[in-house]
Design a protein around this ligand. Structure first.
Ligand SMILES: Cc1ncc(COP(=O)(O)O)c(C=O)c1O
Length: 485
């Protein structure tokens, strides 16, 4: 039996966990009698529990441990060196070398003129901060325009009409999309069940169609689908009043609902609509940033040209609690005026130890060619997984990079989905525990239609693609038997 690196025995850990630890998004009643899975160590794409059992982590923690579990020692040395040099200093009014170096490094990896980096502690804070930034951007820009107009008038210029655009607050997001749990980020979420317990939420968020194509009419062409989505976006903006909308926030590939990629022409259209109504476009790259789609940022791969990128998880490969809001020169510009500042801050934003860890993570990703590896192997991964489409329960395989989802259906012909009750028995009652028992960590999720999400560390090789496919094949066949088909 494997001995955990703690003073407690496995049995003591179980008891203390049951008595004191509150797990996130977890029905704790389920563990009153059953064992809590306690992970004690990892290597490569694998983790091990207190019983010494190994699991292939096909979820990379939570879409996060991009370099896998094999570089902990090297990253730890960078953290320890930083601890010795300067364990903490803040980014409120002060800078320190690691935050500066990391900001410069992130800016160099981000596409276009996304040159300014504001550090936070994670993805929700990044989304929260992006919305606040977008709101304050218009106010700051409005003040600046007013000053410029006043100066021009004082110089004798006659200005007949002047529209100030200094108060915008609304956000536009997509249905079923997950963007985090703090009140602002939660309000942006398009998942009704997550929102409901906390209503009333932060006003106002407009939710538009996502890019799920599987349940669209089969005769619809890709171009028609794109036009349909863009029309919905533009109409929703017009209805809400474009002059009140600060930000459109979309993931390059939407995770919740199951790796929804966008159809051809979609991003160009979204950018044009944002430009037409002078709205900031934010790409939420909390998952897709730092290599998951075979590019440092998916915004580059899809030529999204966002004004803001939110990022977290892969920035440090989840070896540290750090996220970032990355803004273009245009977004920064009004904040460089006179007394202006972005009125926002978080004690741990840009924490030197977290920054040192993120810098080391990026160094490792570059040295090991991890982003290139994903770009090179993504087709092989897709092809391996596509054998699962032969199973009667698997309706769709979608995604790209190392980021896939299988949609489960009752009937492949009609694409009929499972009822809520069936999802409860199939996903929570059977699939999740059975996959874990079979040594595979991936997520059975029904925030949209029921899907299995597959998102391993970016160091995964063909051996892991095969193993994931083989275990999923067995367990999904059992699931089909279970529901009596
Ligand atoms: C797209 C996206 N945005 C934001 C978040 C929130 O990140 P965090 O859990 O670090 O707060 C997540 C988390 O999964 C996410 O996937």
């Amino acid at each position: 039996m494997s001995v955990p690196a703690t003073g407690m025995s496995p049995a003591e850990l179980q008891k203390a966990a049951r008595d004191h630890l509150w797990l996130h998004f977890t029905r704790m009643s389920g563990y009153m009698d059953g064992e809590i899975p306690i992970i004690v160590r990892g290597d490569g794409c694998y983790v091990e529990d207190t019983n010494g059992k190994r699991y292939l982590d096909a979820l990379a923690g939570l879409f996060a441990v991009n370099i896998g579990y094999g570089f902990g020692e090297e990253v730890g040395e960078a953290a320890a060196a930083q601890m010795r040099e300067l364990p903490f200093y803040t980014n409120w009014n002060y800078a320190h070398p690691r935050a500066i170096e990391l900001a410069a490094e992130v800016a160099s990896l981000a596409p276009g003129d996304l040159n300014r980096v504001f550090f936070v502690s994670g993805g929700s804070e990044a989304v929260e901060s992006a919305w606040k930034l977008a709101r304050q951007y218009y106010a700051a820009r409005g003040d600046r325009q007013r000053t410029q107009v006043a100066e021009r008038m004082a110089a004798g210029e006659r200005i007949e009409q002047y529209f100030s655009t200094d108060r915008r607050w609304k956000a536009v997001a997509r249905r079923i999309a997950y963007h985090g749990t703090t009140m602002g980020a939660l309000s942006i979420n398009g998942i009704a069940a997550l929102r409901a317990p906390f209503e009333p939420l932060v006003p106002d968020v407009i939710h538009v169609r996502n890019t799920n194509r599987y349940h669209r009419p089969s005769e619809e062409t890709e171009a028609e689908f794109t036009a349909f989505l863009l029309e919905d976006l533009e109409e929703s903006i017009l209805q809400a009043g474009p002059e009140t909308i600060a930000m459109v926030i979309f993931e390059p590939v939407q995770n919740a609902g199951g790796s929804y990629t966008a159809p051809e022409g979609y991003w160009k259209g979204v950018r044009e609509i944002c430009d037409r109504y002078d709205i900031l476009l934010c790409a939420d790259e909390v998952i897709t940033g730092f290599g998951r789609l075979g590019a440092w940022f998916a915004s580059e791969r899809y030529d999204i040209r966002p004004d803001i990128i939110t990022s977290a998880k892969g920035l440090s490969s989840a070896h540290a609690a750090i996220g970032a809001v990355i803004a273009t020169d245009k977004v920064m510009e009004p904040f460089l005026d006179g007394h202006k500042m972005y009125s926002h801050g978080i004690t741990f934003g840009g924490h030197p130890v977290m920054a040192a860890i993120a810098l080391k993570n990026i160094e490792i990703m570059k040295r090991e060619g991890i982003v290139e590896h994903v770009a090179r192997r993504q087709d092989a991964f897709h092809e391996t997984l596509s054998s699962l489409l032969d199973l009667p329960i698997v309706g769709d395989l979608r995604g790209t990079g190392f980021f896939y989802a299988l949609e489960l259906v009752k009937d492949k012909e009609t694409r009929e989905t499972f009822s809520d009750e069936e999802c409860e028995t199939l996903l929570r009652g059977f699939l999740s525990p059975r996959l874990f028992e079979a040594g595979l960590i991936c997520r059975a999720d029904d925030r949209g239609d029921p899907v299995v999400q597959i998102s391993p560390p970016l160091v995964a090789e063909q051996q892991q693609f095969d193993e994931i496919t083989s275990i999923l094949g067995e367990v999904l066949s059992e699931a089909w038997e279970q529901i009596g088909r």
